[in-house]
Design a protein around this ligand. Structure first.
Ligand code: ADP
Ligand code: MG
Length: 313
């Protein structure tokens, strides 16, 4: 944006986090570019995600959780690659400067950034319809990134946490009544990027993805890129009491497989490496040579369409 004093003060006031925490970040906010020095044993992992008002969130969305979630979804992509995050940039497009909104948004954003020792090293501030973009940058040792393309028949399929909680959180927002809704709403609004788990999976997982669009859709990407299929075991899906109760009441048993926003990691590993896994991972099925995604529910096989949240449909 045109660098008026007011705008630069705004960045300084709400976002400037100097001193930088990471040694790779040699110059942060304040010049035309940030400068990063990368060890030559490492590769950069770079990702961008945008959130647009009325597309990804509603106009009345709480700015603190918005700041958290915007950063979390980007860090989740780094986690899925086994990368260690160290820097982010932030492009803010806002209809007007609302200081209360900015204060809360920056607190949510910076709190999560500090938790993961991530420096905000630059960005852009422009006027227009509320649009929030982050670029996240991480490091991964040469050749050890976790790709979608490495799954092999015989691998076990794991997830790092419960499925469907964020999906149920959305239904609660839309009026569904549920006991203990707070945990479900927290899954929806303040997902935790699985950075530590992603790092622990380096050298172990054959393939990995983060679940943003629903397990069926995202595991489907692994299957497609790896040229394999899979069979899931319904009984082994990690489901919260609230989700189980919802399934019983509605019969909507595909919800935990198709609802988005869980931001757990889904990965495949050879069975002999199971013991090396970090705690809190759940085995939910097996990679098979036959293409397609199947699920065994009480001895009956059903074929799952990869119909998680489809963008632009
Ligand atoms: P330029 O016009 O050279 O692109 P700007 O005036 O847009 O520079 O920004 C000035 C400095 O503030 C730059 O270092 C830029 O990276 C930083 N900056 C601008 N907006 C943001 C933001 N929303 N978050 C973090 N840093 C920002
Ligand atoms: Mg410039």
């Amino acid at each position: 944006m045109q660098g008026t004093v007011a705008e630069f003060n705004l960045i300084k006031r709400f976002f400037d986090t100097r001193p930088l925490q990471q040694p790779f970040n040699q110059l942060g906010i304040g010049d035309d570019c940030a400068l990063l020095s990368i060890p030559n044993t490492q590769q950069l992992a770079v990702t961008t995600d945008t959130m647009v008002e009325n597309v990804h969130f509603f106009a009345d969305a709480d700015p603190y959780t918005l700041g958290h979630k915007l950063l979390a979804v980007n860090l989740s992509d780094l986690a899925a690659m086994g990368a260690q995050p160290f820097a982010v940039t932030l492009a803010l497009t806002m209809p007007k400067v609302d200081e209360n909104w900015l204060q809360a948004f920056s607190e949510g954003f910076m709190h999560l950034a500090r938790q993961h020792q991530v420096d905000l090293i630059g960005g852009d501030t422009t006027s227009g319809p509320l649009t929030l973009t982050v670029q996240a940058i991480g490091l991964v040792p040469q050749g050890s990134a976790l790709l979608r393309s490495g799954a092999k028949a015989g691998d076990l399929i794991y997830v790092t946490g419960q499925l469907g909680n964020a999906g149920l959180g959305l239904k609660i927002k839309q009026g569904y009544a549920c006991a203990q809704p707070a945990a479900m709403l927290a899954s929806l609004h303040t997902p935790q990027p699985r950075i530590a788990q992603g790092l622990a999976l380096r050298g172990i997982a054959h393939a990995c993805i983060d679940i943003s669009d629903g397990l069926a859709a995202d595991l489907g990407h692994i299957l497609e890129k790896s040229g394999v299929g899979a069979c899931l075991q319904w009984d082994r899906l990690p489901l919260s009491a609230q989700v189980l109760d919802y399934l019983q009441k509605t019969g909507d048993w595909q919800m935990p497989l198709t609802a988005g926003d869980d931001y757990e990691l889904c990965f495949s590993i050879p069975p002999q490496l199971e013991q090396a896994l970090p705690p809190g991972c759940f085995c939910i099925g097996t990679i098979e040579a036959e293409p397609g995604l199947r699920i065994n529910r009480g001895g009956r096989l059903a074929v799952l369409e990869a119909k998680g949240f489809e963008h632009f449909s």
